[in-house]
Design a protein around this ligand. Structure first.
Ligand SMILES: Cc1cc2nc3c(=O)[nH]c(=O)nc-3n(C[C@H](O)[C@H](O)[C@H](O)COP(=O)(O)OP(=O)(O)OC[C@H]3O[C@@H](n4cnc5c(N)ncnc54)[C@H](O)[C@@H]3O)c2cc1C
Length: 411
């Protein structure tokens, strides 16, 4: 089997590594000249760590990253409301791990470059995809400006891992991407500032109707991610101009620009959206190409990596002759259901919890924070919380036929 993966972002690279382990050859096509460097994901939940372990990259991720300890909700004065000690489940081999996306991308790329079954083509912008009964193809614009030409790549399947503006999804469904866009933009900043000095934990969610934010340590050398909300009317220039006042007002110690070292300021519109289907013929969608959610709670790439883990199991089953193509319908059905039943409601509540809740009554009125509070007194409730970290997982190997009931490999 030969699979064309559109997009060499984290989901595409992990999918390629998983397929290589199943002896499946992949060609990755990416419009950029190298991996994306923007400040986005950093926290990967145990369900995603499971997939990275299968892809053979966990040791290197742990070498460069770290396992965070406590998660705390606070009011805007920085006072604790309630929290989850050792939220990462550090006793588990699948403990939540932190590594900024650009550093994760480097680790994944190094592993892919060592795999002879993986070929990566940069500067290769896919403009359309198609499939028939026997094959799938992608048409891409390649080459430098003024020398651009079109090339066609053929394989058995196309996997669209080309992110939020996916051209694969647009080819299949046009602008149809049902869901909603929040009336807020999130400003993701990376900053050196000693939050520990003010008693902050590794992950902090600050509940406030105006100055809500997340502050989390993202590297071993003390870089922090501060993501806060801004009015959607503000342009990038206004966002950059407002940032010092925003920091001074909301961060502990009320710092002035000389008190911290700011590395990045990245504005993002935030969405809850899911494609109508993750399979059309021989074309599949995964991760941000298939679904989006706001970043509070870190379910975006975590959900995407769980998708590609499942998709790899389906394709591996077909390659081994223990599953037929109908397993891809299961992939579509189950992964969409997980987004609708878990990722969308949980990530939406995470955002509303920080931005539209009264911090004074949060542990009484907010069902989740009530549970977090109870978990500090009742181990059974804590066990439930820990188990919920795996709620988006699904074992697609259960649909593989037993050895006595093998189906003929079709490809
Ligand atoms: C501020 C912020 C914080 C976040 N924090 C977290 C977090 O802590 N944990 C978490 O799990 N998630 C988090 N997320 C979400 C996470 O960053 C995304 O879910 C993740 O990056 C999606 O990965 P992807 O591989 O699907 O897409 P992308 O990372 O967007 O990669 C897509 C790739 O496809 C390529 N491409 C695009 N179009 C084409 C084309 N036409 N042809 C060829 N190639 C193409 C691009 O160049 C890119 O390399 C966060 C997001 C934001 C904005």
């Amino acid at each position: 089997m030969h699979v064309i993966i559109v997009g060499a972002g984290p989901s595409g690279l992990v999918l390629a590594l998983l397929l290589a382990k199943a002896n499946i050859r992949t060609t990755l096509l990416d419009s950029a000249s190298t991996i994306d460097d923007r400040p986005r994901a950093a926290h990967y939940a145990p369900s995603a760590i499971q997939v990275m372990a299968r892809a053979g990259v966990l040791e290197d991720i742990r070498r460069d990253g770290f396992i965070p300890m406590n998660m705390m909700w606070r009011n805007v004065k920085g006072e604790p409301i309630t929290g989850i000690p050792k939220v990462s489940q550090p006793w588990s081999p699948e403990a939540m791990t932190v590594l900024p996306l650009n550093m994760l991308g480097k680790v994944l790329l190094e592993h892919c470059e060592k795999e002879e079954r993986i070929e990566i083509k940069w500067n290769c912008k896919v403009v359309s995809v198609g499939s028939d009964a026997g094959k799938a193809w992608a048409v891409a614009e390649v080459g430098r400006e003024f020398e651009k030409r079109e090339e066609r790549y053929e394989g058995d399947y196309i996997c669209g891992c080309d992110g939020a503006n996916s051209q694969v999804r647009r080819t299949l469904f046009g602008n149809e991407f049902p869901g909603n866009t929040w009336d807020a933009q999130i400003i993701a900043t990376n900053v050196y500032y000693p939050f520990e000095k003010f008693g902050y934990d590794d992950i902090n969610f600050i509940i406030d109707n105006e100055d809500y934010y997340m502050a989390a340590k993202i590297t071993n050398d003390g870089l922090w991610r501060v993501s806060y909300g801004e009015d959607t009317k503000h342009t990038l220039d206004q966002v950059v101009a407002n940032q010092p006042a925003k920091y001074e007002r909301m961060l502990p110690g009320h710092p002035k620009p000389g008190d911290y070292k700011l590395l990045n300021v990245g504005p993002y519109r935030i969405h809850q959206r899911c494609a109508p289907s993750f399979r059309v013929g021989r074309i599949l969608l995964a991760a941000d190409a298939a679904h989006l959610c706001n970043p509070f709670g870190g379910l975006g790439l975590t959900g995407g990596l769980v998708d590609v883990g499942g998709l790899a199991e389906c394709l591996e089953g077909m390659e081994k002759g223990v599953a037929d193509e109908s397993i891809l319908n299961k992939y579509d059905e189950i992964r969409r259901q997980m987004w609708h039943d878990v990722i969308n409601p949980v990530s939406s509540s995470n955002f509303l919890r920080v931005s539209a809740t009264d911090p004074e009554t949060a542990t009484v009125k907010d069902e989740f924070l009530k549970m977090v509070d109870e978990a500090s007194r009742d181990q059974k409730v804590r066990d439930e919380l820990d188990k919920a970290m795996y709620a988006i997982c699904h074992d697609f190997k259960q649909y593989w036929k037993t050895p006595g009931n093998r189906v003929e490999a079709k490809l």
